[in-house]
Unconditional design. Structure first.
Length: 660
């Protein structure tokens, strides 16, 4: 084992000159997507997760929105404008702040036409309609939905907040709407799938975003669902054929339609024996499988898996060159008629649904999909947890629903439907788990950890390899194989390598249940993601993952930064901590010595009664953790502004720099 002094040999870049010239092409110099979160205590890098607690879509917030139209006949004008999607300007007031010339129009299709003369219409608000610099808490488009066919008034908002744990999905909460002084009641407030949304989930929003539907003025209505047109169906090489069935929403790419044609062609023609390898270059396969699993488990009636031609978006990510389907329009989730009819392989045998038909007939992808489905059933479809979450959701809006005089359904229907949703979860879980293939169990994976020179989770240099160990235990069947997936970037595909329990791969002793594999040395500043897969030796080759999120909920570490001429500095042993790297980019590591390491016993005792704190130049405490001997702390600094900070332990302090 390395001694503490050896750990204290750091690359120090601590002059303002170095700070000014410091650059890197690695992701450390980039702005991570807002939905990508690094958990320093668990060493995980995860997308999505908890519902927002602040901002426009804070889950506990129900803001009042006041619209004021100048026209006395504004309702007639909005009605006349509906077909051509023409906005009518109004003044919007939120939290006492006035937003002039906001564009307002009715939105929706069946949710508009089927409610006849009822006033609980769905609204689209364009905050930047007349001023492209105007926004509401960072957002320019609001979708206020009327909960057509949803007496619970929570299907869409609850569904979206659930699936954000697994896939890119809109934020959603509630608002109270007033029009010209009259209450219009409570509305789900659902995020727009625009460039703002894309930037929150991807490194950039410079790719191409389509909506799967018939553009205005084309197609003459909607044919039967699953007609083989807008479900990534290959329609030939003529891009104009695709423009009949998809709406281009945004792009920064040249010839964006070519990417769609190519993806559809490859999906249509690839052979099953190499489909996973080939398709991984054109689709984010893991996210696509999560997407399909979510739509089927939650029985989303407005979905790819049911309609096969609309109610989803598709995004071509310019950084990876891959396609990702995006969830859209979830107000018909928890579809009652599907509770015991949509099995795990719903529409898999229908060639007009190629994401289902092609992907789930590839054995490895099918098992990955089922592993994701099990995760959803174990978390979002745990009956007790789901019931508690639904009760909390319903309680939040209960009084607002009761007071809403324009709602489409009665308060009695509201309370009854909430009970029905809870029963749906229980019934749906039981039905799905009755499937023989789905109820198989993969091997259990535990104690996944990364070691550098035998040190647990120590940040490697660019000349050091990292050993990954995992304890894998057979469940119902023997173990067929264990695999390590790793990537040297925060996005993109993974490299797959076998893990061994033979005592020859830094895995301790042979046949002790601990499997090992090595990640090669990487360039300085690189972020490395990894996860472990274990396959059962049964007929299906059932697979399990750790972390369960697989490619989008991974373990991660970064390689130490360096310069062309690094300065090696030995930190004085009398110092209570070592902090590195300095400057820090996305993370800062803090290491403490042994309890008796200080040359001053009284000082050592004082340190151990203190907290390790990091403060900014204003004296605000950004981080605090109890001081303990022989510990390594990881501090997430990715959202901290570049500048000077101070680490304090008792009366001792040290300056550090953060540079992005």
């Amino acid at each position: 084992m390395l001694m503490f002094k050896q750990q204290q040999i750091l690359y120090v870049l601590a002059t303002l000159f170095v700070l000014n010239i410091f650059t890197t092409t690695n992701v450390l110099a980039q702005k991570w997507p807002k939905e990508l979160i690094y958990n320093s205590s668990q060493h995980t890098l995860s997308y999505g997760g908890a519902s927002p607690t602040e901002g426009l879509y804070a889950i506990d917030s129900i803001r009042s929105l006041y619209l004021q139209f100048d026209q006395a006949n504004y309702w007639t004008t909005l009605t006349n404008n509906y077909k051509n999607k023409i906005d009518l300007t109004a003044t919007l007031t939120v939290n006492g702040q006035v937003y002039d010339s906001v564009g307002v129009r009715f939105k929706g299709q069946t949710s508009y036409s089927q409610i006849k003369n009822k006033q609980k219409k769905s609204f689209n608000l364009s905050i930047d309609y007349a001023d492209d610099k105007q926004d509401l808490m960072g957002y320019t488009t609001l979708n206020l939905n009327n909960c057509y066919e949803d007496p619970s008034m929570m299907r869409e908002a609850f569904y979206l907040n659930q699936i954000r744990n697994y896939i890119p999905a809109a934020k959603a909460n509630y608002v109270q709407l007033y029009i010209n002084g009259e209450s219009w009641g409570i509305y789900p407030n659902v995020q727009q799938l625009n460039k703002k949304f894309l930037k929150e989930w991807f490194l950039t929003n410079n790719g191409t975003n389509w909506r799967a539907d018939v553009p205005d003025g084309m197609g003459g209505g909607f044919p039967a669902w699953g007609d083989g047109t807008a479900a990534f169906n290959y329609l030939g090489n003529d891009t104009t054929e695709y423009q009949k069935y998809y709406t281009l929403k945004s792009t920064e790419e040249t010839d964006p339609w070519d990417f769609l044609v190519t993806a559809c062609h490859v999906l249509d023609t690839v052979k099953n024996n190499n489909a996973e390898t080939v398709l991984a270059n054109y689709f984010d396969l893991d996210r696509t499988l999560w997407f399909l699993a979510c739509e089927i488990v939650f029985a989303d009636d407005d979905s790819y898996v049911y309609k096969g031609k609309m109610d989803y978006y598709l995004y071509h990510d310019v950084e990876t060159g891959r396609m990702t389907p995006l969830e859209f329009d979830g107000n018909s989730a928890y579809f009652e008629e599907a509770v015991d009819k949509w099995g795990p392989f719903y529409n898999v045998n229908n060639k007009n649904y190629p994401l289902l038909n092609r992907l789930l007939n590839v054995k490895s992808l099918r098992q990955r999909y089922l592993a994701h489905m099990r995760t959803i059933l174990e978390t979002s479809f745990d009956p007790d947890k789901a019931a508690a979450d639904m009760d909390a959701f319903a309680q939040r809006i209960d009084q607002y629903v009761k007071d809403d005089t324009k709602k489409l359904y009665s308060y009695t229907q509201f309370t009854s439907e909430v009970k029905s949703l809870k029963q749906f979860v229980e019934d749906r879980r039981d039905y799905l788990m009755g499937n023989t293939e789905l109820k198989q169990q993969g091997p259990a994976i535990a104690d996944v950890a990364a070691y550098t020179n035998n040190y647990l989770w120590q940040q490697p240099t660019n000349t050091q390899t990292v050993t990954v160990l995992a304890t894998v235990t057979a469940t119902d069947d023997d173990i067929d194989g264990v695999w390590l997936y790793y990537s040297n970037n925060v996005v993109g595909n993974f490299t797959k390598t076998a893990m061994f329990d033979d005592g020859m791969h830094n895995d301790l002793q042979a046949n002790d249940g601990i499997f090992g594999a090595t990640i090669p040395e990487q360039e300085a500043g690189t972020w490395v993601r990894f996860y472990v897969a274990a396959i059962a030796a049964n007929t299906y080759n059932t697979v399990s993952y750790n972390p369960p999120g697989a490619e989008h909920n991974v373990y991660a570490y970064s390689v130490q930064l360096s310069t062309d001429a690094p300065q090696l500095t030995i930190i004085d042993e009398s110092q209570p901590i070592a902090a590195y790297p300095n400057p820090a980019g996305q993370v800062l590591y803090i290491t403490t010595p042994q309890a008796n390491n200080s040359t001053n016993t009284q000082t050592a005792s004082t340190n151990q009664q203190s907290n390790i704190q990091i403060v900014n130049v204003l004296g605000q405490i950004l981080y605090s953790n109890p001081y303990l001997p022989m510990q390594t702390l990881t501090v997430n600094t990715q959202d901290w502004p570049s500048g000077v900070y101070a680490i304090k332990v008792g009366n001792w302090s040290q300056k550090i720099l953060v540079a992005h």
